[in-house]
Design a protein around this ligand. Structure first.
Ligand code: AP5
Length: 217
């Protein structure tokens, strides 16, 4: 299994880039989506993580590592997989490094989406997500055809609980303290590619596709 890691602060466009790669046959794993599903299903892990996510804090490393490794062990090993939001701490990065030594998981590249805080705040305040299929819109940058309704299935569009302004500020702070150090960690491996994510979605997407084209199915 070849793995691409996508690093970036909240609102940098990781989910938007992931959509583009999914259309090219890449298997997308978002730990944020997985945790929200655990919360919806009311699992023990979901119940432990709910308050943390709603307040902009990270779920426990142990929980996230268990969730990801259980999921990976149930997959075919010949896929190209995009990790969106994992690893997010040094403990998680070290676990991934260990998995690359002990399993058929092979880390191919790390993409870092860079974006100034002011742009991130604007993106997150206007983000709307379909409550039934999870499609992501933005009030200004990518509005739906019909206000408040998903283009794909007509589902209602809602704001994520953690997109409330005070929570967004906390998420940015947590990102800077706990995830930012991974940039130096991966820079040393020479696998890191930095992408200016403040540009339009189309520009970011084509830059990303260029960086990963040798790995695409
Ligand atoms: P997660 O769901 O991963 O949230 P996040 O990292 O905070 O990122 P977002 O989903 O908010 O933003 P994004 O970068 O995907 O941007 P998007 O494409 O939507 O995680 C949620 C929570 O789960 C975390 O806070 C943490 O608590 C927990 N968690 C997850 N993984 C964990 C882990 N490994 N360990 C511990 N805890 C974990 O774009 C944002 C908006 O901007 C959209 O409206 C979009 O339409 C718009 N947009 C995107 N790109 C552009 C562009 N280029 N130009 C204009 N608009 C754009």
């Amino acid at each position: 299994m070849n793995v691409i890691v996508l690093l970036g602060p909240p609102g940098a466009g990781k989910g938007t880039v992931a959509d583009a790669l999914t259309k090219r046959g890449v298997h997308h794993i978002s730990t944020g989506d997985m945790l929200r599903q655990e919360i919806r299903e009311g699992t023990k892990l979901g119940l432990r993580s709910k308050d943390k996510l709603n307040h902009g804090l990270f779920a426990d490393d142990t929980d996230v590592i268990t969730m990801v490794t259980d999921y990976l062990m149930a997959q075919k090993l010949d896929d190209l997989v995009l990790f969106d939001g994992f690893p997010r701490t040094l403990v998680q990065a070290e676990k991934l490094a260990e998995l690359t030594q002990t399993t058929h998981i092979h880390l191919t590249t790390v993409l870092r989406l860079k974006c100034p805080d002011q742009v991130l705040l604007g993106r997150l305040s206007g983000r709307r997500t379909c409550v039934s299929c999870g499609a992501v819109y933005h009030d200004l940058f990518s509005p739906p055809d019909v206000h408040g309704r998903c283009d794909h299935d007509g589902g209602a569009l809602a704001q994520r609980v953690d997109d409330e302004p005070a929570t967004v500020k906390r998420r940015l702070d947590v990102y800077n303290r706990l995830t930012r150090p991974l940039v130096d960690y991966y820079r040393e491996t020479k696998m890191l590619h930095e992408i200016d994510a403040s540009r339009s979605s189309e520009e970011v997407r084509s830059d990303v596709l260029l960086k990963v084209k040798e790995f695409l199915p």
